[in-house]
Design a protein around this ligand. Structure first.
Ligand SMILES: Cc1cc2nc3c(=O)[nH]c(=O)nc-3n(C[C@H](O)[C@H](O)[C@H](O)COP(=O)(O)OP(=O)(O)OC[C@H]3O[C@@H](n4cnc5c(N)ncnc54)[C@H](O)[C@@H]3O)c2cc1C
Length: 193
């Protein structure tokens, strides 16, 4: 916290030409959190409704006469020089002049690129009566992230507890991280729930 505060002016000076304002400031808000040593706040971060985002995305894509093939895994892409062959897991394949890979951490399975996955284990609480905060929050050097989703709290992170183990494209949770997430929920984020 001391180091973050000591660097606040410097970081604000870097960002001011872009946002025309000081982006970060020390916060004296409380939100019912416990065992915290301080907070920094910003007006320049928002969170999105992912369902609405996906609906807008699909509408945009379809309005541009682009087809979407859902629920099919691309098994391989092959360079045929003038075009690319795309092979799907279900045996179907087709050719295309261009391919964009938007496969995030899974890209290395399709193309020899230096991309390393960093899994995030995430939990969502049941709806909470009178949730004490709205917004998104980062803690512990950004290794943890939480936000409200309606009356629920979405909370994830803890990759720093097992950096090597979390460098994986496997889906799943581990006791080590799940237990830490639950402990932070109880002791820091929602101590009164
Ligand atoms: C719980 C959670 C909450 C988040 N909330 C926010 C937020 O509020 N704001 C924000 O800015 N960011 C948020 N993020 C981060 C954000 O979701 C990611 O940064 C973003 O989704 C990355 O987009 P992307 O298109 O690069 O990859 P992804 O969204 O990961 O998309 C990659 C896609 O490729 C598909 N794919 C992979 N391999 C194959 C294959 N072989 N064949 C076919 N398909 C394949 C995957 O199924 C996936 O659909 C959140 C992340 C999580 C986990």
């Amino acid at each position: 916290m001391e180091s973050s505060l000591a660097n606040l002016d410097k970081i604000n000076s870097w960002l001011k030409p872009i946002f025309n304002q000081n982006v970060y400031r020390k916060s004296d808000k409380y939100f019912g959190f416990k065992n915290t040593i301080g907070m920094i706040e910003t007006d320049f971060e928002g969170h999105i409704h992912t369902g609405k985002m996906m609906r807008s995305f699909v509408e945009l894509v379809i309005s541009n006469q682009i087809s979407i093939l859902n629920n099919v895994e691309v098994k391989s892409i092959g360079d045929l020089n003038s075009e690319v062959e795309i092979e799907l897991e279900n045996g179907f394949h087709f050719n295309s002049k261009k391919v964009f890979l938007c496969t995030n951490a899974f890209t290395k399975k399709l193309y020899d690129l230096d991309v390393v996955p960093a899994r995030a284990q995430v939990l969502v609480t049941k709806p909470i009566e009178n949730p004490p905060f709205k917004g998104c929050f980062h803690m512990d050097e950004g290794f943890y992230y939480f936000r409200n989703v309606g009356n629920r709290v979405l909370f994830g992170g803890g990759r720093n507890l097992d950096l090597e183990g979390e460098t994986t494209t496997e889906f799943g949770t581990t006791d080590l991280i799940q237990n830490q997430l639950e402990t932070y929920l109880k002791e820091v984020i929602l101590p009164n729930h």
